[in-house]
Design a protein. Structure first.
Length: 168
C-alpha cells in the first residue's frame, strides 16, 4: 500500500486559527449552497443536517416507491480512492462561478488550491521555492462541501442523461 510515491504526502501542521478559519468558511459555504438548493437531494454524506440516518430513510423511501410501481430496484455506491488530491481545481473554480459565488470567494479558492509553493526551513538553511499540489485533505472542515460542489456537474449531466432513458 505504501510502496508508491503517491502514497506519501507532506504533513502540514496547521495552527488552531487556520483550522478555525477553514471551519467557518466550510460552514458558510454549506449554508449558502444548501439555502440556495445547489446540493442534490442524493448528496447526504458529511453535510450539516444530513446524517447516516437521513441516508437510510431516503434509501428506504426510494426502494419502497419502486416496489409500489413494480420496479426492480438496485443501488450503486462508490468510493473514489484518492479523490481529493486529484481534483481539477481550475474546473472547480468554474463550477463555483456557475453556482453563483461571489468573485472574492472564487479568487480565495483559486489562491488556496492553485499554484501553491513551498519552502523547507531547517536552522539557517532555506530551500528554494518549489511547486506543490497537495490538494484538499479529506479530514478538513472544507472537504464535504467541496466534494458536494465538485460533484454538481457530474450529477447534473447524469440527471439530464437519465431523463431521456426509458426503462426496459
Amino acid at each position: 500500500m505504501y510502496n508508491t510515491p503517491k502514497s506519501f504526502r507532506p504533513i502540514v501542521l496547521l495552527n488552531i486559527l487556520g483550522k478555525l478559519i477553514k471551519k467557518v468558511i466550510g460552514d458558510r459555504l454549506q449554508f449558502y449552497t444548501i439555502s440556495n438548493n445547489f446540493i442534490y437531494q442524493s448528496q447526504l454524506e458529511r453535510l450539516k443536517f444530513k446524517s447516516t440516518t437521513d441516508v437510510g430513510i431516503n434509501l428506504i423511501h426510494i426502494i419502497c416507491s419502486g416496489w409500489v410501481k413494480n420496479l426492480s430496484m438496485s443501488i450503486l455506491a462508490f468510493d473514489i480512492s484518492q479523490f481529493f488530491p486529484f481534483l481539477n481545481y481550475h474546473l472547480f473554480t468554474l463550477i463555483l462561478g456557475k453556482v453563483g459565488f461571489n468573485q472574492h470567494v472564487i479568487k480565495f479558492f483559486s489562491n488556496y488550491l492553485i499554484g501553491r509553493k513551498m519552502n523547507y526551513f531547517w536552522n539557517s538553511f532555506t530551500s528554494p521555492s518549489f511547486d506543490v499540489n497537495i490538494g484538499v485533505d479529506q479530514d478538513l472542515a472544507l472537504s464535504p462541501i467541496l466534494l458536494a460542489l465538485y460533484l454538481l456537474l457530474f450529477l447534473y449531466i447524469l440527471e439530464n442523461h437519465l431523463k431521456f432513458m426509458s426503462p426496459p
